[in-house]
Design a protein around this ligand. Structure first.
Ligand SMILES: [Zn+2]
Length: 292
């Protein structure tokens, strides 16, 4: 085994590893940059911490949210194919469910931190990616698995970056305050137009409040990626996650237009290499962007 270690330490790190908590997180947050990276010839991988088995229809506390984990594993495999990523890798933790649902035994948010960090680090040592992307510390809306994912993946990055052949860049996917405001205005308009008068559920309200609270000031965002060249791939990846769509249809012109507005850019904070004040970049560092 020593021989293997020496060989892999000599390998130049290459490609992009996305570490997220549930099937569908990858497509919403970084599906576009992954598709762009894959199209430019970089290897791309998705590491998913849970099976997403508590991803049932959001509703009230005390409702059964459990799903057959195979459904969501299958949906992620479909999304990875749409993005141009390799087959997904799962850590197999159970989904913690939303705050207030009560995390089941084996849930990711209950896993010992060191154990989870070492499991992610082992995947990094095996694949040798150059760049890691994960959630920012607030996990976009504070889902316990998202915040756990951010701290676990960030620590796994720091540990392996210090080793020979380790990754060289870390990005956090983050939503700027301006995007949250635009998204909520769009959703409100959609509700009004559709004449939907059902009041939002407690979970919906909590999630909306968390989005606002955890959004980053626009000035924190270092990296804004125009993903319009691969928008169809991102939409195809999102469509793979059928169990999470709540019957939403995106095929009418108006919804499409709104989706294009909402999803044509992906936003990140570069964590490492530490950015100089005022850095604005439109690509991840350390990847190949011109197809050879
Ligand atoms: Zn999630």
């Amino acid at each position: 085994m020593d021989g293997d270690m020496t060989t892999s330490a000599n390998v130049q790190p290459r490609g992009l590893l996305a570490v997220f908590a549930h099937p569908d997180d990858e497509s919403y947050g970084a599906g576009g940059v992954m598709a762009l990276a894959a199209a430019a010839g970089n290897p791309v991988w998705v590491l998913c911490a849970t099976n997403g088995d508590q991803g049932g229809r959001p509703g009230e506390v005390d409702v059964d949210h459990s799903l057959d984990p195979e459904i969501r594993r299958h949906e992620l495999t479909c999304a990875c194919a749409a993005i141009g990523a390799a087959e997904p890798i799962f850590l197999g933790y159970r989904d913690s469910g939303m705050e207030g649902w009560g995390a089941p035994e084996g849930a990711f948010s209950l896993a010992p931190h060191e154990e989870a960090v070492e499991r992610v680090a082992a995947v990094i040592r095996r694949l040798r990616p150059a760049v890691i992307v994960t959630f920012d510390p607030g996990g976009v809306y504070g889902h316990p698995d998202h915040t756990t994912c951010s701290s676990v993946a960030t620590d796994a990055y720091r540990r392996t970056a210090a080793e020979p052949g380790g990754p060289v860049a870390l990005y956090h996917q983050a939503m700027p305050q301006s995007a949250i405001k635009a998204m909520q205005a769009g959703m409100e308009e959609e509700r009004r137009k559709s004449g939907d008068s059902t009041p939002p559920t407690e979970d919906d309200i909590r999630q909306q409040e968390a989005f606002v609270k955890l959004a980053r000031p626009d000035a924190d965002i270092t990296t804004v990626i125009d993903i319009r060249p691969v928008l169809e791939r991102k939409f195809a990846a999102l469509a793979c996650h059928e169990s999470q769509m709540q019957g939403r249809q995106w095929d009418d012109a108006e919804t499409r237009e709104q989706m294009e507005r909402m999803f044509s850019r992906e936003t990140f904070v570069r964590v490492d290499p530490a950015p100089k004040a005022g850095l604005h970049e439109d690509r991840f560092v350390a990847l190949q962007w011109d197809r050879k």
